[in-house]
Design a binder for this molecule. Structure first.
Ligand code: GRG
Length: 394
């Protein structure tokens, strides 16, 4: 073996030893390179072994050992960096919220408990643990939240709103219990909130928002009663909220925001009107939401938040542009937001967890095809099997 060969080997060994200082991307590339160059290197080693002295063989053995150690360390490091979903901890966290009725979180959630029920129960279902709750108890409480108008409130004794009505319908769909509903009563409540211009109000007080258009379309679609509303007018109103950047706002002229974009794109997807979306323009705006940490924000110059893993990702999927972001980096960001001790997911790493972000984190991972999770439908925000049962009876 020539001195030049020895110098080369020594240089490589030093670089292997220094791998901790490398960026994960460099290491991933190096691991791939090793994977590809290995056969030639082995052949080269084979040639040299034929004429090698005992010292040279010892040196080659060191080199192979170092290389293998490096590969194993790299694999281990990448695995550690990726982390894992603490599924059991999240299940315990969700169930514990129900039991801590006097906690701060329960108090501030009191008026929107119906949304909380949807977030928590859908997460449990995605994790394959919906049977950890007493279905009859949930349904009995849920039905006490319904008003004479047909709409549902966020909790017993509160006022009805379209926001809670969708959550109630979604929870019943999860449990395959839509038959407890007076479908006409609920669908009359929703269609009664449509305005002359095609928009929807959230309740009798009249606030208008594309969130309510989505909710009305999603809810009536689940109840097989889309014919009760003027779909053309609803679609035209949504299109009137489209901006020059390809996104959508809450009313005409309103700033594009990922949450509203989800609502408008999903409403157009459900009504078969996605051709109104400029997919490349909107896809570009949406993929620009991914920041350095891998997380997504909801609009330019804002901080990333786990909930946008849902709003942005589901929209990208619906317009076939999900490959425009780094899925791996987003998985890592969501996993970094877990409370590994007590369960739950937060908006950003090391912040306090809550049920809203726990749902959107797990739902985001489901969209990212994270192993062990049920698949979720990007437009109905319900597990695929629930959507299939509603529309195909299976
Ligand atoms: C069934 C999934 C599902 C939804 C129902 C309620 C609803 C329909 C959609 C809400 C869409 C929306 C507007 C989401 C955004 C929520 C959010 C985190 C808003 C925060 O806005 P800012 O301005 O935060 O406080 P940023 O991130 O812009 O600084």
């Amino acid at each position: 073996m020539s001195p030049a060969d020895f110098a080369k080997i020594q240089q490589q060994e030093n670089s292997y030893r220094k791998h901790e200082e490398h960026e994960p991307e460099d290491l991933r590339q190096a691991a791939e390179q090793l994977d590809h160059t290995c056969p030639e290197e082995m052949a080269e080693i084979g040639d040299k072994i034929a004429n090698a002295t005992p010292e040279e063989i010892a040196s080659m053995r060191t080199r192979v050992d170092t290389q293998m150690t490096y590969e194993l360390n790299t694999a281990q490091m990448l695995k550690n960096q990726m982390g894992e979903l603490a599924a059991d901890k999240h299940v315990k966290y969700i169930i514990s919220i129900e039991k801590k009725k006097d906690s701060f979180e329960s108090m501030v959630m009191e008026h929107l408990r119906m949304n909380g029920a949807y977030w928590g129960l859908t997460t449990l279902d995605l994790l394959g643990k919906l049977d950890a709750v007493d279905k009859e108890e949930v349904i009995s409480w849920l039905m006490q939240c319904q008003h004479e108008s047909g709409g549902f409130a966020g909790n017993i004794g509160h006022d009805p709103h379209i926001l809670y009505t969708l959550s109630a319908v979604q929870v019943l769909a999860l449990f395959d219990k839509l038959d407890v509903l007076d479908i006409d009563k609920v669908s009359n409540y929703i269609s009664g909130l449509q305005n002359e211009d095609g928009s929807f109000s959230g309740d009798i007080w009249g606030e208008v928002d594309t969130r309510f258009s989505y909710i009305a379309i999603c809810c009536l679609s689940i109840l097989h009663r889309l014919d009760k509303m003027d779909v053309d007018k609803a679609v035209n109103y949504i299109i009137s909220c489209k901006n020059l950047d390809g996104g959508f706002g809450c009313t005409p002229g309103g700033e594009s925001h990922a949450g509203q974009i989800f609502c408008c794109v999903a409403a157009l997807a459900i009504t078969g009107a996605l051709h109104h979306v400029d997919k490349d323009l909107l896809g570009w705006w949406l993929c620009e939401r991914q920041v350095k940490s891998g997380g997504l924000n909801g609009r330019p110059e804002k901080l990333p938040d786990v909930c946008y893993s849902w709003w942005v990702l589901s929209s990208l999927i619906m317009i076939d542009r999900v490959h425009w972001i780094s899925k791996e980096k987003l998985v890592k960001y969501i996993l970094d937001c877990q409370d590994l001790e007590n369960g739950g997911i937060s908006d950003r790493p090391d912040d306090a967890v809550d049920i809203f972000h726990t749902y959107f984190g797990v739902a985001g991972l489901s969209l990212l095809e994270y192993p062990g999770l049920k698949a979720i439908d990007p437009s109905y925000a319900l597990p695929d099997d629930v959507v299939n049962r509603i529309f195909f009876g299976k």
